[in-house]
Design a protein around this ligand. Structure first.
Ligand SMILES: Nc1ncnc2c1ncn2[C@@H]1O[C@H](COP(=O)(O)OP(=O)(O)O)[C@@H](O)[C@H]1O
Ligand SMILES: N[C@@H](CCC(=O)OP(=O)(O)O)C(=O)O
Length: 385
């Protein structure tokens, strides 16, 4: 008797999944929403939902669809035009998904997030509880970046990162990134016909980042690099990532049956706590402080709190409670955390022992500049968190 196949893939085992679809797929290379493709993904997600899996969809395509609706042949450079296109296109995107999911009796919800929503602790917790509530109600949330309100400095820019942040937020066990390639290759297959397919890898392996180095298609923004980095980020909460072709027939259903399709990037890094992830997921920091070698050792090897005496330079303007990066003498980040003193005060107390803080500032709120409980450490020098 033939043994029944044991589903081993990340998607087969996951009870909570984030599926991300990129702009070039959703809009058929920018021609306008690919209604047939949307219908197929919706059917598959509805089917997995019916099997008891909690599903979240992160969909790009608002800008590309907006451009198609407005009759713009080329992607504009001006931020306000991109935002106008996103506002127009998001209507079409959500409408297409709502119609497609309704055919299977599945309710959907629109969630538009910005980097700031996830960096602010209260808004982050609110977003998380709304997503959990929707999942508990059996709704499929459809997430995109809130392009209309972001500025260049605070935009996530690509939805691969957003997909990973949502994976972290709801502690999904798997992130499926659907794109226009079969997965990750050793080089961009559009440019290198000898590129080798990578079936499996380890999330966070720097060799993968080197392979994915090139930029993406004309329609998408991130290319493969943002997908590989998203896998590293998803691994912070134990999420495995699969990068696969969204054009492959029944790709999600087959993955859920344990079939190996695409590139699976397994999470084997130690899982960080929700608070550590929140700290690590700050993509834009208020400032950075340079540490001397002794302080770098105290932080990274001994996991001690940071004292002002180990700081040799301060960049940026920040307040007490902001998230600030700690870098070594070469500018390589070794950790980050909530700082107990403003940039102005830090400049006055740097290189000084804690016993002198009260004398310099008139009072001392905390003996340490950053408490180790409020810090997250970067595992390797090459790890950009
Ligand atoms: N090593 C690689 N393996 C596969 N694709 C790569 C690689 N390096 C660059 N790419 C490019 O990345 C593109 C996918 O990224 P992108 O266009 O941003 O997609 P999406 O819109 O789905 O996010 C592919 O079409 C491919 O040309
Ligand atoms: N928020 C943007 C998505 C950004 C983007 O292009 O992402 P992607 O296609 O996934 O690289 C949009 O909806 O157009």
């Amino acid at each position: 008797m033939a043994a029944s196949p044991i589903p081993q893939s990340a998607v087969a085992q996951a009870k909570r999944l984030v599926v991300k679809v990129g702009s070039s797929l959703v809009t058929n290379e920018g021609k306008g929403i690919d209604v047939a493709a949307v219908a197929q993904w919706a059917e598959q997600i509805a089917s997995l939902h019916a099997q008891g899996k909690q599903m979240v969809l992160v969909s790009s395509g608002a800008i590309a669809e907006g451009m198609a609706r407005l009759g713009w042949p080329r992607r504009p450079n001006a931020m306000h035009e991109l935002q106008a296109a996103a506002a127009v296109g998001q209507m079409g995107l959500i409408q297409a998904y709502e119609v497609a999911f309704a055919k299977h009796g599945v309710r959907t919800a629109q969630i538009l997030l910005t980097h700031e929503d996830l960096a602010d602790r209260r808004r982050y917790l609110n977003a998380r509880s709304t997503l959990y509530t929707l999942l508990g109600l059996g709704v499929v949330p459809i997430v995109n970046e809130n392009d209309t309100v972001v500025t260049d400095e605070i935009r996530l820019g690509d939805n691969d990162t957003l997909g990973a942040l949502v994976t972290n937020l709801i502690e999904a066990e798997a992130l499926v990134i659907l794109t226009d390639q079969s997965g990750l290759y050793s080089a961009d297959p559009r440019k290198d016909p000898d590129a080798r397919f990578i079936a499996v890898g380890q999330a966070g392996d720097p060799a993968l980042e080197a392979m994915a180095g090139g930029s993406g298609s004309n329609i998408g923004t991130g290319g493969m690099l943002t997908k590989v980095l998203a896998a590293k980020r998803a691994a912070n909460s134990g999420g495995h990532t699969v990068i696969a072709s969204g054009r492959e027939a029944n790709v999600l259903l087959r993955l859920a049956q344990g079939e190996q399709i695409g590139t699976e990037l397994r999470a084997i890094l130690p899982v960080r706590s929700a608070r550590q992830r929140w700290l690590a997921n700050h993509l834009r920091l208020r400032g950075r402080i340079t540490l001397d070698d002794g302080a770098v050792r105290a932080l990274t090897r001994d996991h001690k709190s940071l004292l002002a005496i180990g700081v040799s330079a301060v960049e940026g303007e920040f307040e007490r409670g902001d998230v600030v990066a700690c870098v070594d003498q070469h500018g390589v980040e070794c950790g980050r955390g909530l700082i107990n003193y403003s940039s102005a005060d830090t400049r006055r107390i740097m290189r000084q022992p804690s016993s002198r803080i009260a004398g310099i500032l008139g009072s001392m709120s905390d003996p340490e500049l950053m408490h180790r409980d409020n810090m997250v450490f970067v595992r390797r020098a090459a790890d950009k968190a």
